[in-house]
Design a binder for this molecule. Structure first.
Ligand code: NAD
Length: 486
């Protein structure tokens, strides 16, 4: 018997469970709305539980704000805004620094709540969502006394009251993306978190209290689409929305002719392009990171994988082997790579699009893994033999599903990548710097990564082209939507 055939070499090692304990997390049973610096009852008393998508169990009751609640939050912001704007920038900065520090201090608790409420792996909420949320407050604290330098030396004045609506895929991080620049610029804000993931925003409200942010500068109204619709139609001076393209269009129509500022961060179907000269193993890791990060609930997910024909078989074979090692399950387990799907509705959307892919003739492979009995789950899936017209190549799936298309030449890669109504992000894998720059310049996408994917930094601008929206968040560019330049 050859040495490599001994039974000893056939032992397969498995991970022991490494669950993060939620024991020290102290959530209230029920949350009101955060208006004027205090938690208040919703006027009609409506509350619904926020559900843990990994267990289908309720975590805490959350208020659903009606029109009158939204109006009172806007009034509170209106009353607080002039004094906030009059503060010297360096004074506003102190509050933002405090918020950033408190997010860091409560990072473990925030990460656990984010994973409980949204289903994302604790590894990601711990290492990505929460540190980046703190980093955004730090970054914009630094801008608060340098606003002129961020807009080419011109004078600036804040909009006034901004209404901000965020989705469920990065709840605290999106709240930070919205609030930090708005406050740094001297605006007061009314933020509406998504209905399936309101809890970390409510903890952020507590943090604002602890940081003694002046009452009314930050208001948080929980609720569903009706609350969001009421907020964007309320007496606000600017609306910032992150979410689906359909709702973005509805908001744009509602604001038409009202002179209200608007930025939209919407959906995507981003191309991740692998050239034959790429470092293939590195590219495979980047593909996995590009599509399976946060269960694929990522607006800029590399969901359209374009591989050069000469290496397509090799890349897909290696990708499939790597995918089979992904660990799907308990979001609170530190070994988990792919957690729970955020809601039953989102799971249905993913299943419907995957079914459409099969019906249209693409070849589906889904990794074999044991899924928990309760909760909402979808195992990582790859589609090959995908045609550009297939729905799975055109529509945003927003789940752990990658569609593989191939190309022969650089020109064809660019044409296929741009053949989308979206234009949020793209990835380019090549060892030729000149090729990367040439292709990047030809792509209609707001963010383009070279030999990496899904890297985020508060200093870098993020935003889309076409139906992915307009306006930029992050860095100096992220100040521009929150000030009038005079
Ligand atoms: P969604 O548009 O349904 O909801 C987003 C938010 O808008 C939620 O808070 C929701 O309650 C609220 N809302 C719903 N209807 C509304 C209405 N008529 N008026 C005002 N607000 C309303 O989207 P979703 O399913 O929660 O999120 C997924 C989408 O968000 C995906 O398309 C994704 O690509 C996009 N997204 C984009 C970015 C980005 O930066 N471009 C980031 C994250 C998510």
């Amino acid at each position: 018997m050859a040495a490599t055939d001994t039974p000893r070499t056939r032992i397969t090692w498995d991970y022991a469970p490494a669950p993060e304990s939620p024991d020290h997390v102290r959530l209230r049973d029920s949350y009101g709305l955060f208006v004027g610096g205090a938690f208040v009852e919703p006027r009609d008393g409506r509350r619904l539980p926020s559900i843990n998508p990994a267990t289908e169990e309720p975590i805490a009751d959350v208020a659903y704000a009606g029109e009158a609640d939204v109006a009172s939050a806007v009034d509170a912001a209106r009353a607080a805004q002039p004094a906030w704007a009059r503060l010297p920038g360096r004074e506003r900065a102190k509050y933002l620094f405090r918020v950033a520090r408190l997010i860091q201090e409560r990072a473990r608790e925030l990460a656990i709540v984010e994973s409980l409420d949204g289903g994302k792996p604790i590894r990601e909420s711990r290492d990505v969502d929460i540190p980046l949320a703190a980093a955004h407050f730090f970054h914009y604290a630094g801008w608060a006394d340098k606003l002129r330098h961020g807009v080419g030396g011109r004078d600036v004045r804040p909009y006034g009251v901004v209404g901000q609506v965020v989705p469920w895929n990065f709840p605290l991080l999106m709240a930070a993306w919205k609030l930090a620049p708005a406050l740094a610029c001297g605006n007061a804000a009314v933020l509406k978190p998504a209905e399936t993931t309101p809890l970390t925003a409510l903890l952020l409200a507590e943090i604002c209290q602890e940081a003694e942010v002046p009452a009314g500068v930050v208001n948080i109204v929980t609720g569903d689409g009706a609350t969001g619709a009421a907020l964007v139609r309320a007496d606000v001076d600017k609306v910032a929305f992150t979410g689906s393209t359909a709702v973005g269009k509805d908001i744009q129509a509602a604001l038409a002719g009202r002179g209200v500022g608007l930025t939209l961060e919407l959906g995507g179907k981003s191309a991740n392009i692998v050239f034959e000269d790429a470092a293939i193993d590195q590219a495979v890791e980047g593909i996995v990171q590009g599509i399976f990060f946060n269960q694929g609930h990522v607006c800029c997910a590399g969901s359209r994988l374009l591989i050069q024909e000469s290496v397509a078989d090799e890349v897909t074979a290696k990708l499939w082997n790597r995918m089979r090692l992904l660990r799907v399950g308990d979001p609170l387990d530190k070994n988990t790579d792919v957690g729970a799907i955020n809601s039953a509705e989102q799971l249905q959307r993913i299943e419907a699009l995957v079914e459409a892919g099969v019906q249209e003739g693409a070849v589906r492979r889904t990794i074999a893994c044991e899924l928990p009995d309760r909760g909402w789950w979808f195992a990582p899936t790859i589609f090959t033999d995908v045609a550009p017209a297939h729905r799975i190549a055109v529509e945003e799936i927003f789940g752990p599903v990658v569609s593989v298309l191939t190309f022969r030449t650089q020109a064809e890669a660019i044409e296929k990548a741009n053949n989308s109504r979206y234009g949020l992000a793209a990835g380019i894998w090549t060892d030729k710097g000149s090729k990367a720059f040439e292709v990047a310049a030809a792509l209609k996408a707001g963010v383009i990564w070279q030999n990496t994917y899904n890297q985020f930094d508060p200093t870098a601008a993020f935003g889309g082209y076409k139906e992915s929206g307009f306006g930029r968040e992050g860095g100096a560019a992220g100040l521009r939507p929150y000030v009038h330049v005079t």
